[in-house]
Write a protein that binds this ligand. Structure first.
Ligand SMILES: [Zn+2]
Length: 362
């Protein structure tokens, strides 16, 4: 069943934030299974709220996104048609995250047809890859405004540090983008004048090589990365008057946006202009109890050790953790957004068992 669902989802050219019928397809599927669902449109974004209500006090939520990044690069396979080759299924979104979503939907079908004990809520969006306020964030608002509650949430994301299903992502580091522009005097490179670019490079080295912290039991250490250094200069004998560096900082709970910005400012001289762009903040979305429960369920199901951590970037868990306990369990992050994106067919079977066991045992 999950392969048929995936085949239908891959056909939708749902390049973020477009649904191209994918949200509508999921809504119809769930309605046929007895869910009642509603699609919320915000500009180009489509969001789905669906509930299978057996009158239980407990609401378990499966959440995800149906949007994908564009299939750029040289593909061997048609990105919009599910193609099987040597034990793998190819297509844009097979890994992130139409594949694990299809599996979770099939597990839901099985669960609700075998004496379910909890209500099931499905939350889907079409804007995770750009994550504006119109996607999961607005859907979460709808949930709160309508007085609905969710006890436990599983985001079936492309999030695994290693193999599919063997990693429970419980939160995320915060993110801060930094632009630094150094200004100096333009001169002939042979003139022997002070070169502000040399000084600027030393500063960048200092920023990158000075440890921000050592991490802690919840998070890995905070890291500064340079993503661009640019002068726009092609002329070999000119020292240009400006150089622009872009940095990104992924930080743990030893820091917040304010303290990091203060830290960066303390390193700058007057010739350097700066701009900060705050992105996600750090959080842990699951209690120790929820983490351990899931770890136990998965290890019992697949007979393999399961790791818990905060590896990877931001996802819709950022919005979801404000209203519920949430973790991410799914496919390997390293295979997301690639050319010839794929999911291993045996991994789908493994994830199916995992999602089903979670629904049955939460
Ligand atoms: Zn994703």
């Amino acid at each position: 069943m999950y392969i048929d669902i995936l085949r239908n989802l891959i056909k939708c050219k749902s390049v973020t934030p477009n649904s191209d019928g994918a949200i509508e397809y999921c809504s119809e599927l769930l309605n046929n299974w007895g869910f009642s669902s509603k699609i919320y449109k915000h500009g180009l974004v489509s969001n789905l709220y669906a509930k299978y209500d057996i009158g239980s006090n407990k609401n378990i939520c499966i959440a995800g996104h149906i949007d994908v990044v564009p299939p750029i690069g040289n593909w061997k396979y048609n990105p919009w048609e599910l193609t099987e080759d040597n034990g793998k299924l190819y297509g844009r979104g097979t890994n992130d995250m139409k594949g694990p979503l299809s599996v979770a939907l099939a597990a839901i079908y099985d669960y609700i047809n075998n004496n379910p004990k909890s209500n099931i809520i499905v939350l889907l969006t079409s804007d995770e890859e750009i994550m504006t306020d119109n996607g999961m964030k607005s859907l979460v608002k709808e949930v709160v405004n309508n007085g609905k509650h969710i006890d436990y949430c599983i985001l079936c994301e492309s999030c695994s540090k290693g193999n599919s299903g063997e990693y429970i992502k419980i939160g995320c580091k915060g993110s801060l983008n930094v632009d630094l522009i150094s200004y100096g005097e333009q001169c002939h490179v042979a003139s022997g004048n002070n070169n502000h670019i040399n000084e600027f490079v030393s500063l960048l080295n200092d920023l990158v090589n000075t440890p921000l912290d050592n991490g802690n039991e919840r998070f890995e250490k905070s890291i500064i990365n340079i993503t661009s250094i640019d002068t726009g200069n092609d002329i070999r004998n000119i020292v240009p008057f400006s150089v622009h560096a872009k940095l990104n900082i992924r930080f743990n709970d030893n820091w917040n946006h304010d303290s990091l910005e203060q830290y960066i400012l303390s390193k700058l001289n007057n010739n350097i202009k700066y701009k900060f762009q705050r992105f996600g903040y750090q959080f842990i979305g699951a209690s120790i109890e929820y983490q351990n429960k899931l770890k136990y369920i998965i290890e019992q199901t697949i007979n393999k050790p399961v790791e818990i951590g905060t590896y990877g970037g931001n996802s819709d868990a950022l919005s979801l953790h404000e209203i519920t306990e949430v973790v991410e369990i799914g496919t390997p992050l390293a295979q997301a957004h690639t050319v010839d994106e794929y999911i291993i067919i045996s991994d789908m079977k493994k994830l199916y068992k995992i999602y089903k066991a979670i629904l049955e045992n939460l």
